[in-house]
Design a protein around this ligand. Sequence first.
Ligand code: SF4
Ligand code: SF4
Length: 549
Amino acid sequence: MATLLEKPATFHGGLHLSAEKAQSLTGPLKPALIPRRLYVPLSQNIGEPAEAVVKTGNRVLRGQLIARSLGYISAPVHAPTSGVISDIGDYPVPHPSGLSATCIVIDSDGEDRVADSGLKMENVFQSDPADIRQRVRDAGIVGLGGAGFPTAVKLNPGPDHVVDLLVINGAECEPYISCDEALMCCRPNDIIEGIRIMRHALHAKQVVIGIEDNMPNAIDCLQKELTRLDEKEIRITPVPARYPAGGEKQLIYALTGEEVPSQGLPIDIGVVCHNVGTAAAIARAINNGEPLISRIVTVTGAGIHQPCNLDVRIGTPIASLVEQCGGYTDDAARLLLGGPMMGFALRNDSVPVIKTSNCILAANTKELPDPPPASPCIRCAQCTDVCPASLLPQQLYWYAFARDMEKIQDYNLFDCIECGCCAQVCPSHIPLVQYYRFAKTEIWDMEREREKSDLARRRHEARLERLEREKRALEERRARARKSLDKKPKVGNADAKKSEIAAALARVKAKKTESSDVAPRNTDNLTPEQRVKIDEVEQRRSSSKPDGA
Ligand code: SF4
Ligand code: SF4
């Protein structure tokens, strides 16, 4: 059972990074302009992509469902504004591969007319948790702090699990990203309301908000809201500002001193963890009926004229946001989606913002210099010292390099959170995280292939079983037929056969005799007048008969 520590524990490894959040926190949180055309990908989160339920030419309203979820780990997609569906096709999406994917393209009508989503809930704290989860699912809410796991799934720990502790993650540890801090400062009421709804849905015994101690304004704003509501059951705990304090496992360790088991989940130790942005999105869905159609995005870096945080409609092209922030500076050299530690380079700025996009970083070469060429590993073990997951990064690198996918899994590759600490300190400048991502992709591909061949093998075995079953059934039918024939009189029993035939003939004869004995009955019981009339007729007939007849 996870219990809160009085003083946060220190997790292993990690780095002290220079905070660069101030540049995007200078102004208030502003709504971004709605672009003329929005590109809404069908896949924006972990799990199955959604399936379009609209067609080209359809008119849609803001918040209207445009793609439904397929399966349990999937989230529906809603129209970010009102307008006309101008296309459904492949367009560039934010992904390290640079590949395209299916998007629903909406031409905005500029009116931003809203649909009734039906998500709003009265008396939420008297409601069944299952109803709350369904609304959260219908609202298309996914985790806004990381990979975008569908939130309704994480609100359903199952009957075998008790939630001892609900952890709310406000520890935004990447140096440039400030969207969560802006949210905590500007909308503390949404966050606290969302936390209370989650606490009710999970029957969580305790709740804590973990915030890095270099965000005093955010801590202050949330504390004021808790005081205003006289809410004493939600605690705020500042955690040391050390990267990656916002990693789920690292934050849970800092707050409870307990480790989530390797390849396990927080619920294995009675903990559920959600991001502050997710909490606010839940409150807006349940209280205001707003599906997840927008999120806060930090647009920052020395390559942007006016860094800031914007409330952005999903599907807005990044180029449009850069333009609203004064455009690129002359020395802008690199464009990243996410922070410098965990983000990835974008090939161009035409890709849209999706539910998991937290930061657009346009950096100059002073901020993010091009990495020097890699040299051989010198086995200095600096990477091991900083790994917050207590892994052996150089071993992982060797096995990824040798493509030994079995061995690399023995070294717990899938516990790697891709924080980039190891690559940051590597004196040989080896792009270690790229090797781990490559290895993970290879293993997933292999798993998919194995699943496919397993499926083919199971189908083949099922067919053989079916054929065998049919053969057995046929043999059983034949055996039954033979048995019933054996019970019938044998051909050699001629007397029995003869007597059977004689009996049948007798039955036919008796029937005939019976029918011939039956006299016509329409002349019975005649009246005297009828009798006279019949006699006259008989008389006429006989007199009219020709001679000799
Ligand atoms: S830090 Fe780099 S050079 Fe040192 S052991 Fe790790 S991979 Fe090798
Ligand atoms: S990227 Fe992975 S291996 Fe490297 S420090 Fe982070 S968790 Fe450890």
